[in-house]
Write a protein that binds this ligand. Structure first.
Ligand code: MV4
Length: 473
């Protein structure tokens, strides 16, 4: 096992990784920006090195600064967390050239999955179900029109270098294709430096379901089942759960097996997530793969009992899956995660500042991953995720009741948070019934807005500043 690891991240995920290292007897090095001097990841690491000014581009994304810190601290490995440098194949290559183990897949695999059209063809070759669509990059709008006729409208144009929703256009009519093709190309060229596009059949109001995989460096792969991630807004997930109510044991088993073969074929290593869309007839289709640990990994940890970050560290140190995992992986109960963001619960405007009052819920079946603390400061420079609240119960009903109880005890004053939005969603009949797709939040907010305009309809008001207070402040 590694003697010393650098964590190239901040916030809750930096703490999550540091905690795993500490429990495994690995010495830890934190890196931080000038805005994060007083952060818990700095306090709880064995060593901490400042790598630059507040803006991520000047610090956490500065490859020479991170590598210099790793060399000065003499670490054997770097854990990138999620976001930031986690899916940067060039960074993984620099790590390799510097004799530092990058905790994640090899750069070649990260690069392959980063090229969405190549990822799609790799999955097709391994018999993972993909959507009908183009066989490669679309050279011209004319070629796109030919494919669209074959596939049938509506279709969606996607950027090969894309992900996260940028450089995408839905095409419903042949006559709109030339304009939308050029708009998608230009947007992708500006955003990613590459405008190349491919095409898929467009699925209306899909569910977003993703499979967690682990692969060791000896060709062994396992599937740790799926997560349901449809409760999102503008490509930011709000609530995730495991397992998905819509995935049958047969589908879980079939997709899991096919993915294991596929991952072995492409030489995948470490933790990864394979994203699927589910259509109205409950078919699953591959859309893309994320080559990192994900924000929502705790729901999988809850139902499998596997510590995914420790597994990442052990895989990167060369251990075999059969030494890391129990002999038979089984699902236990149901887990739900709420992403608590520092933002207005309805307007979604980011919120920064000092935490003036703070209470974190706990108790049986509740997990909170956060780097917040009383009188801590949320800087304005980074993403809005400030805490993850995870509830695990024997079934979905118990997980929901634990979550509702815990949301009610989660107090964060001084900034706006999404806690009251989560509380309102947990009262929604459709959400409670598990009856939702990726359009849920948008419809939910539209209905709420109507109710606010007509108070006679009654209904819940979502308050930015929670009325509940810690007494005698
Ligand atoms: C799609 C789709 C419908 N049909 N592809 C959005 C982000 C990117 N990762 C893929 N996305 C989508 N691809 C086809 N062929 C609908 C979406 C989509 C979506 C997907 C997952 C979760 C939320 C979403 C919200 C809007 C659109």
């Amino acid at each position: 096992m590694f003697r010393k690891v650098l964590v190239a991240n901040r916030g809750e995920i930096a703490l999550r990784v540091l905690n795993a290292c500490r429990e495994m007897g690995i010495r830890t090095v934190a890196v931080y920006s000038e805005a994060d001097r007083n952060s818990l990841h700095v306090k709880f690491a064995d060593e901490a090195i400042c790598i630059g000014p507040p803006r991520a581009a000047d610090s956490y994304l500065n490859v020479p600064a991170v590598i210099s810190a790793a060399e000065i601290a003499d670490v054997e490995a770097i854990h990138p967390g999620y976001g930031l440098l986690s899916e940067n194949a060039n960074f993984a290559e620099v790590c390799r050239a510097s004799n530092i183990k990058f905790i994640g897949p090899p750069p070649e695999v990260t690069r392959l999955m980063g090229e969405k059209e190549k990822a799609r063809q790799s999955m097709k070759k391994a018999k993972v179900p993909i959507l009908p669509g183009s066989d490669g990059i679309l050279a011209t709008a004319d070629e796109a029109r030919e494919w669209a006729e074959k596939v049938g409208y509506p279709v969606i144009l996607k950027a090969k270098a894309g992900g996260g929703g940028r450089g995408m256009r839905i095409v419903r009519d042949a006559e709109d294709l030339p304009n939308l093709f050029h708009a998608a190309f230009t947007e992708a060229a500006n955003a990613f430096g590459n405008g190349e596009l491919y095409m898929e059949k467009f699925i209306e109001q899909p569910r977003h379901i993703e499979f967690q995989v682990l692969a060791d460096e000896h060709g062994n792969v396992v599937s740790l089942f799926e997560r349901e991630c449809s409760i999102q807004r503008r490509h930011q997930k709000l609530i995730e759960e495991a397992p998905s109510l819509q995935v049958t044991p047969k589908m879980r088993d079939e997709i899991g097996r096919t993915l294991c073969k596929c991952m072995a074929e492409i030489g995948y290593q470490n933790a990864g997530t394979v994203e699927f869309l589910m259509d109205a007839s409950h078919q699953l289709y591959f859309i893309e793969m994320n080559t990192r640990i994900q924000v929502e990994h705790p729901v999988t940890e809850a139902i499998t009992g596997v510590d995914l970050v420790k597994a990442q560290l052990r895989i990167a140190a060369g251990e075999r899956l059969d030494a890391i995992l129990p002999p038979k992986l089984e699902m236990r109960g149901h887990a739900i995660e709420c992403r608590i963001n520092a933002e207005h619960p309805i307007k979604f405007t980011p919120s920064a500042g000092k935490i003036t009052a703070f209470n974190v819920p706990g108790g049986n079946g509740i997990r909170v991953d956060t780097a917040l603390y009383a009188e801590g400061v949320i800087p304005p420079y980074y993403d809005s995720l400030i805490a993850k609240l995870i509830a695990h119960g024997v079934d979905r009903a118990e997980a929901m009741s634990k979550m509702e109880r815990a949301l009610g005890q989660f107090i964060v004053q001084g900034i706006d948070t999404s806690i009251s939005l989560h509380e309102a969603i947990f009262q929604d009949a459709g959400f409670r019934a598990g009856d939702f797709d990726t359009g849920f939040v948008e419809r939910f907010l539209a209905v709420r807005a109507e109710v606010e305009k007509q108070p006679a309809l009654g209904g819940l008001t979502i308050n930015a500043k929670k009325s509940r207070q810690i007494v005698n402040l």
